[in-house]
Design a protein around this ligand. Sequence first.
Ligand code: BGC
Length: 417
Amino acid sequence: MTLRSYLVSSLMLSLVSVSAMASSVEVLHWWTAGGEAKAADVFRSYWQALGNEWQDSAISGGGGQSAMTVLKSRALSGTPPEAAHLKGSELQEWAGLGFLRNLDEAARLGNWDNVLPEFVQHSVQYKGHYVAVPIGIHRVNWLWVNPKVLKRYHLSPPESWPQLLTIAKRLKQEGITPLAIGDDQWQLSILFEAIVLGEGGSDFYRRAFIRLDQTALQSETMEHQLELFHQLRDYIADDYGDTKWNQATHMLIEGSAAMQLMGDWVKGELTAASVVPGKDILCLPAPGTAGKFSYNLDSFAMFNVQSPSKQQAQLQLVNMIMTSDFQHAFNRVKGSIPVLRNQTLTDFDQCAQNSAQQLQLAIDQQQLVPSMAEGMANSSNVKQAIGDVLVSYFNDPKGNAKQAAHQLARAILSAQR
Ligand code: BGC
């Protein structure tokens, strides 16, 4: 359904619920890259189409680290926004501190226990209570490939990490950057978690990143994965330190790079540049991860506010996000898939349809895992500790895998205290 038809049906709702009073909300988020900003525009226009005001608090910085810093200082000074993009462990931590509004009543009225898949329900609950509204499901374990570049050198897309290294070697000889990436901690964490999932499998991934099992963390399997991770240093751009994730995507689009390992927010960037995902740029499972699904669930939390009109506005926003119309319009632009069960995605691109199929398959075959890099698997302290070790190991030309495995295990242990 279009924005126009959405408007008509929502108008009835809003007339009943807010007696035609315009509501204003401040929304804090970090969707500022080209494709993300377009998705944020959809979000804003749906809200404004209901006759409401949108106060935009967009804090740039992919992955949201700067946004989280701003949010903390706002909350500490007693002026949090009404709504903020919060997800995974951050959500749990804010809820534990008592900042977030309980959304159980909205969930009951909206039948969330039935319309949302179980893993989505759990991700937006704290101690069994809803504390956020989910907005989209991203798959993290994707390999984005420029097919023209591979074809030019008669290469096929890699299905395993050793194959990727072989292809990368050849591409480098031809003057192409094999792997586009930037140096944010979370970008390296995404790369590493894909290796762990692809080489170690879902059970090993869970032992390492969910159960934080010291034996798994210091095992030879982990050393081997760290070794592979380090070898990729040879196949990224020399100036990768200055590259943002979306700039890396543009290297891929232009063909100066051949591959990028990144979640499907890449698709937002492709669509915004009129590049067809699944055709001009291929979306393939990260090597070794076909049938596996590492998820990153985007969600919005409502901060506790005193004003009844603000509280009413928050509920209206939550209900809008949960409509099928909004979910379709927003996720098509963002690159994610709707959070609601049983959605028909014929109007989505091929990669989104593939993502939805892979998600169902992964759920059925116990191959669904929360993304460590995206803060879905463990506390933000643990995520940070893992990221710190990965960054210093990766950037050290003499990095030693055995030592890195020990450091990883030790850092995780101290982050848990
Ligand atoms: C968010 C995505 C966002 C990406 C890059 C992730 O943490 O979940 O929505 O597009 O960061 O900014």
